[in-house]
Design a protein around this ligand. Structure first.
Ligand code: GLU
Length: 479
């Protein structure tokens, strides 16, 4: 059997959209699960859309997500160049061949003439005007330097048919298709032409891409057939939706790989989640490493129906990955976010990281979870109202002086010692420890939700700060 070769062929837009990342991932998984090669090709023929640094974004996001390609512009390979703008001569050569084979023709039509073809509904279809120009005239006009494009010659009748491994038999009537431009007047190919030439010359056996190409694939097949080349196997992937009606579009900035990384999602979690957007393994396991995905990947697990991008699920998965990190790994991952918080420089970030580890789903939320640690500010006194512990602000008013007294006598402000000593004091005085800890936690944090209990928070703040905050809260209660 032929060695499987798949490719990812992004246009350098400046960001890695998650839809693109999913195409790359499935192409990678298909190649790797079949012992084949995964190739990166840059489709940059639209030079007007050139974005500085955009190709690096592609290299980096693929490598960071673990999708190492076997051939590509920056690492080379036997089928290069892997950047389309460097393959202009190749396209010119094959365009000429296709013209000789009757599959394409030169077109000199002016913009005005093309515009005049627009019908009452605003639709326009090229009328094959230049297909019928005598050969001598074509040669004369080219020699005279007249600008031209090369168009594909599509039959006017009949139906084309091919098999897609996901969507089954696809039939398209030729009269729904148009004689699209293959080579533009600047000599650059369009996607319509370049994808065929490159996929063939690069030995691509399986073309994996989004469903938006499902209906234009018959055009590409005409070229494979005209050249006498074997058509690749087609695997079109279901659309990813933002919600029930809207596509997850490149325009939504929040659907980019880098944005998710910056928000505090782990790369492993992102790539794992992206894998589930349209595919499920037979055992329905959701948390998988890349090598587990390679093991489990098969096309019959790919669904035909669109999948909905669900950030809540991504959050959950990210939380799972975060909990699975070792203490030190978590600290390193969390560090940039800890450093962004107001506590930076005030408290031991390692200690805070330890408290946050089991309580964090997305790292970007760390600053808002701990900023209050830097300074206590007036807060809502109804936080003291707690049914379970039978507390309210009156109870707090009475208990806080006691709590302060106990704390003042404690020198070892470790969590364990604080917890034991205060529990014992509460028992001695006949105070419910639940009530004591509730009141103390609100008094020293001013927060309803904290990344740890009263004594953990006091251990973090230290004795001096803890006592100052109790004073602050007594004042606040007595106002
Ligand atoms: N450059 C095309 C895109 O970014 C690639 C489509 C394909 O994989 O053939 O959509």
């Amino acid at each position: 059997m032929k060695r499987v070769r798949t490719r990812f062929a992004p246009s350098p837009t400046g960001f890695m959209h998650l839809g693109g990342l999913r195409t790359a991932l499935y192409a990678y998984l298909y190649a790797k699960s079949n012992g084949g090669d995964f190739i990166l090709r840059i489709e940059d023929t639209d030079q007007q859309r050139y974005v500085e640094g955009a190709i690096d974004v592609i290299y980096n996001s693929l490598k960071e997500s673990g999708l190492y390609y076997d051939e590509g512009p920056d690492i080379g390979g036997n089928y290069g160049p892997y950047v389309q703008s460097e393959r202009k001569e190749i396209y010119a050569e094959y365009a000429k061949k296709l013209i000789d084979l009757g599959g394409a023709y030169y077109c000199f039509c002016s913009k005005e003439r093309l515009e005049s073809l627009t019908d009452a509904n605003g639709n326009r279809k090229y009328d094959k005007h230049c297909l019928h120009l005598p050969k001598e005239e074509v040669e004369r006009r080219i020699a005279a330097g007249e600008p031209y494009v090369i168009r594909q010659n599509i039959p006017t009748e009949g139906t084309s048919s091919y098999e897609d491994l996901i969507y089954g038999t696809i039939n398209v009537d030729y009269d729904e298709l148009e004689d699209n431009i293959l080579i533009k007047s600047d000599g650059m190919p369009t996607y319509n032409f370049a994808n065929v030439i490159d996929d063939h010359l690069m030995g691509i056996t399986h073309v994996i891409r989004g469903t938006e190409y499902l209906s234009s694939t018959p055009k590409y097949n005409l070229m494979y057939d005209a050249f006498g080349w074997e058509r690749p196997v087609y695997i079109h992937l279901p659309t990813i939706m933002k919600d029930a009606t809207r596509k997850l579009s490149k325009r939504y900035g929040d659907a980019n790989f880098d944005d998710f990384v910056n928000k505090g999602y782990l790369k492993e979690a992102i790539i794992n989640y992206v894998a589930l957007l349209g595919w499920a393994p037979k055992d329905n396991v959701e948390k998988m490493t890349l090598s587990e995905m390679i093991e489990k990947f098969s096309l019959d697990g790919i669904s035909k129906s669109p999948s909905i991008f669900d950030e809540v699920k991504l959050r959950w998965l990210n939380g799972e990955y975060i909990r699975a990190l070792g203490e030190e790994e978590f600290y390193e991952a969390a560090l940039p976010f800890l450093q962004k918080s107001k506590v930076n420089g005030k408290y031991d970030l390692k200690k805070i990281a330890k408290l946050l580890h089991g309580r964090t789903e997305v790292l970007g939320e760390i600053p808002e979870k701990i900023d209050w640690l830097a300074e206590i500010e007036p807060y809502d006194l109804s936080l003291y109202d707690n049914k379970k512990n039978k507390t309210d602000r009156e109870v707090a008013k009475n208990l806080l002086p006691e709590i302060k007294k106990y704390l003042a006598e404690i020198d070892d402000f470790s969590n364990d010692n604080l917890y034991q000593t205060l529990s014992a004091k509460a028992a001695e005085a006949g105070i419910k420890s639940g009530a004591l800890f509730w009141i103390m936690r609100i008094a020293i944090t001013g927060q309803g939700v904290t990344p740890g209990g009263a004594t953990e928070m006091a251990a973090l703040l230290g004795k001096e700060e803890t006592l100052e905050r109790i004073d602050f809260s007594m004042d606040l209660l007595n106002k």
